[in-house]
Design a protein around this ligand. Structure first.
Ligand code: 3PG
Length: 206
């Protein structure tokens, strides 16, 4: 799978921060059942790598990836754990090389035209726009589409059920990502019905 195809699998990519790997499988099942099969588990907690492995092994209908890939070694660790894609909040040439080396599709993060052009020079046309709301939101991303029409973005960072549709209406937005699908209290309480409903609502956005 190439990154462009990854962007087309679902209108929303849940960004998941998991403190307990035990929650990974029921959480992933709820998201898949709600209609969101692409799941980004962020490498922000000690249990993230274990969570990726569990989802990859036990939830075959999920397409699980690693987010918050910031160190070159994170790329290989994630691939070895079973991640099927990688997402980074920004990019450097070393990080880019490490992600390429895994053979996995990846979404490198950008927030400016220069960062996007640097990646374009490497043949990359699928990117994360981060931090979406703080960097200028949907109007800013729409403006980038004028001179850079060949890039398709997944905006994340401040995207929510209230503004996701504004981004999805843009020609250069393929899908959006965010943590609003997996509220911390719902994950802690094992309220998978609520998460399934949030996923279902988001899955119908496009
Ligand atoms: C990310 O890693 O993409 C963002 O931290 C998600 O941001 P959100 O919590 O504002 O959705």
């Amino acid at each position: 799978m190439i990154a462009e195809d990854l962007l087309d699998l679902a209108p929303v990519i849940p960004v998941v921060v998991l403190d307990d790997a035990e929650a990974a499988v029921p959480l992933a099942r709820a998201l898949v059942e709600g209609g969101l099969p692409v799941i980004e588990v962020t490498l922000r907690t000690p249990s993230a790598v274990e969570a990726i492995t569990r989802i990859a092994t036990e939830v075959p209908d999920a397409v699980v990836g690693a987010g918050t890939v910031v160190r070159p070694e994170d790329a290989e660790t994630s691939a070895a754990a079973g991640a099927r894609f990688l997402v980074s909040p920004g990019c450097t040439s070393r990080l880019q090389a490490a992600m390429v080396a895994t053979g996995l599709p990846f979404l490198p993060g950008v927030a400016t035209a220069s960062e996007a052009i640097a990646l374009l020079e490497g043949g990359i046309t699928a990117m994360k726009f981060f931090p979406a709301e703080a960097a200028g939101g949907a109007p800013y991303l729409k403006a980038l589409g004028g001179p850079l029409p060949g890039i398709r973005f997944c905006p994340t960072g401040g995207v929510s059920r209230g503004n996701a549709a504004d981004y999805l209406a843009l020609r250069n937005v393929a899908c959006v990502g965010g943590t609003w699908l997996t509220p911390a209290d719902a994950v802690r309480d094992g309220d998978w019905d609520r998460i399934r409903e949030l996923a279902s609502e988001a899955a119908s956005l496009r």
